[in-house]
Design a binder for this molecule. Structure first.
Ligand SMILES: [Ca+2]
Length: 122
């Protein structure tokens, strides 16, 4: 499931949301994060991304990994924390559910509190 989350998120997101609900969907994102992170740092780094992708049998080019990290890295530390990862996943899938309105509801109102709960559950 996490494999699909990473590789086919655009197709996969709407059905994920339908199946798990927005909150369950966030926790699935968190599972995806844990799968890819460097367990010592608690962050997704280039190295952890590369290593875990290859462990999962995913062939992702280095420049695609770098691109994903740069795209998602909001605080400029060169790695993705859980919130950055979840925000990136949402940004990569601009309209999850019923178009822009629902999309705005999720990204502007729903995500932060849900992520807070998600973070506190680690
Ligand atoms: Ca960062």
């Amino acid at each position: 499931m996490e494999l699909d989350l990473v590789m086919d998120f655009e197709d996969y997101f709407p059905s994920m949301v339908a199946r798990f609900g927005a909150e369950g969907f966030i926790s699935e994102l968190c599972n995806g994060f844990r799968l890819l992170m460097d367990v010592n740092k608690g962050l997704i780094t280039f190295e952890s991304l590369k290593m875990n992708c290859s462990m999962l049998g995913l062939e992702v080019r280095d420049d695609e990994l770098v691109c994903m990290l740069m795209e998602g890295d909001l605080d400029g530390d060169g790695a993705l924390n859980q919130m950055e990862f979840c925000i990136l996943m949402f940004r990569l899938s601009p309209c999850l559910m019923d178009g822009p309105k629902m999309c705005n509801t999720i990204t502007h109102q729903g995500v932060d509190p849900m992520l807070m709960r998600c973070n506190s559950s680690i």
